[in-house]
Design a protein around this ligand. Structure first.
Ligand code: FAD
Ligand code: SF4
Length: 486
């Protein structure tokens, strides 16, 4: 910490939000962001520690104290450049990163009161840039010596081509970093829009799609080409990419296949996987029906099964689509919920009801095959399991029925086996994730992978960190280690 005896300000500047009553009826962003004055006030709380622990908690290593100092001094362009030297998607990370367990959890002020609102400040800087227009990046002499050179236009093109499969945070970050290093990058994306979960999973009220689009535009501005509606493993194989001109392939294909409960009645009408429900609402814009031609069941009594961010997003979408009652059914207690605290609070404020220590055992339909009831059982917490959390155990004889007309299953996702199954030499784990080393190299030469396809469902920033690490290794391999150098 700096030696001066500056008086600590332990209170964060709060961020304005839409009122719960208002936001229950719209899909507009809930949190409104800091004004410039608020951002500067919050930035002034930072102690500018000599050994900044916050940076250790950032998976992409943003120079946090310096970007905060730039905000404090009103040098917003500098703040943009400092962040973007390490993070191509700051508007997204500032909104959805779990900062409370990453950078902010390491801030020295965390123990004394509230840590610096690093995520909100990052979001402020990204929004400031999008209001002003793209800030040109420049390369300092020092940066030009090393690998962290943040601009494509000062790089000599290497003539090497890389195919990135999947346009989620892992693929976008890998593509941007490779383009900045002078390689020609094409991103193959199965859907009709780039962004991965950011565009089809996380709802508009938490992450406006305009922000995802402008960050994809930024990646495109670096010279990256996008082939949308291109399912690798079906339309084209990884082997064909490698034979037909690409020198390396990065797989950032996520883990988007839904997991189910495998209990009776799960195939009834009105029982959705969270993946399908959220894709209909977000990507296919069902919330704008009939302006957009995507039907969705406007349930009145909705049960969302699960306790993570995905469950919170599905529950809060149902509230906005006009449900009378939305219940989150979670088999453990509130303390074990994996969702971000902020999102649990937001859901509660919006009227979502939490049924803790409850688990569904079957769904019952009407004579037209539509779900109308759900049998649940009470749970108690037993001994800790492999995850370290206390294992929920069903309480005998506690089964009872509840009325529902829509059920959304949000109990996690698994990798889609399409690419691993069609690419010889790619080793997978027993969970279907791809085996990679610390640099993201798969068991197949010339093929890297990162993000949810290697970890299972994780976070945006960890996927970006993996994309970044792989880009560095791919660059090294293309320049020095590839077969053409042997
Ligand atoms: P993805 O984002 O899944 O992107 C993979 C992309 O690859 C997709 O666009 C997919 O269409 C494409 N693809 C797949 N197969 C193929 C193929 N064969 N050919 C071509 N393209 C293919 N994380 C947080 O940090 N904070 C949050 O608040 C948060 N909320 C979440 C809410 C929801 C609803 C969900 C589902 C996840 C959430 N997560 C959150 C997790 C986070 O979004 C993921 O960890 C992250 O998006 C993983 O990035 P990725 O690039 O590995 O994969
Ligand atoms: Fe120190 Fe916190 Fe500022 Fe980081 S954000 S430099 S840990 S006061």
């Amino acid at each position: 910490m700096s030696g001066n005896k500056k008086k600590l300000n332990l209170n964060r500047v709060s961020m304005p939000k839409q009122s719960p009553e208002e936001r229950r009826h719209n899909f507009l962003e809930v949190a409104c962001g800091y004004s410039e004055e608020q951002a500067i006030e919050e930035a002034k709380r930072c102690l500018q520690c000599k050994k900044p622990r916050c940076m250790e908690g950032c998976p992409v290593g943003i120079d946090i104290p310096n970007f905060i100092k730039a905000i404090r001094d009103g040098e917003m362009e500098d703040a943009v450049r400092i962040i973007k030297a390490k993070n191509s998607l700051p508007g997204i990370c500032g909104r959805v990163c779990p900062q409370e367990v990453q950078c902010e959890s390491r801030c020295v002020l965390e123990k004394k009161g509230a840590p610096i609102a690093i995520g909100r400040l990052e979001r402020f800087v990204a929004d400031w840039e999008s209001r002003q227009g793209l800030v040109e990046e420049h390369v300092s002499d020092q940066e030009a010596e090393g690998v962290d050179r943040p601009s494509a236009d000062v790089q000599t093109l290497t003539g090497k081509k890389v195919a990135v499969v999947g346009a989620g945070p892992a693929g976008l970050t890998c593509a941007a970093d490779l383009a900045k290093r002078g390689h020609q990058v094409t991103v193959f994306e199965a859907l009709h829009d780039a962004g991965g979960v950011l565009i089809y999973g996380i709802p508009e009220f938490r992450l406006p799609k305009g922000i995802v689009r402008s960050e994809v535009d930024y990646v495109e501005s670096l010279g990256v080409e996008f082939e949308l509606d291109s399912v690798v493993g079906r339309l084209v194989q990884v082997d064909e990419l490698l034979k037909n001109g690409f020198d390396a392939v990065f797989l950032g294909i996520g883990a988007g296949a839904p997991r189910f409960l495998n209990i009776p009645g799960e195939n009834l009408n009105g029982v959705y996987s969270a993946n399908e429900y959220l894709t209909r609402v977000n990507l296919m814009k069902a919330y704008k029906f009939p302006e957009y031609d995507t039907p969705i069941r406007q349930g009145k009594r909705v049960a969302v099964v699960g306790g993570g961010n995905v469950a919170m997003d599905a529950a809060r979408c149902s509230v906005r689509l006009g449900a009378d009652e939305v219940h989150v059914i979670y088999r453990r207690s509130e303390a074990e919920m994996p969702a971000r605290l902020e999102e649990i609070e937001n859901a509660k404020e919006e009227g979502v009801i939490f049924d803790f220590l409850t688990n569904p055992t079957r769904f019952v339909g009407d004579d037209r095959g539509r779900v109308e009831r759900m049998e649940v059982v009470n749970m108690v917490l037993g001994e800790p399991d492999a995850s370290g959390r206390r294992r929920p155990v069903a309480e005998e004889g506690s089964e009872h029925m509840v009325d529902v007309d829509t059920v959304i299953i949000a109990v996690g996702t698994i990798p889609n086996p399409l690419v691993p199954g069609n690419t010889p030499g790619l080793e997978t784990t027993r969970w279907g994730t791809l085996v990679v080393d610390d640099d993201g190299r798969t068991t197949r030469e010339g093929v890297w992978a990162g993000g949810d396809i290697t970890t299972g469902g994780a976070t945006v920033i960890s996927a970006m960190g993996a994309g970044k690490k792989a880009a560095e290794d791919i660059d090294h391999w293309l320049r020095e280690d590839g077969p053409w150098n042997r």
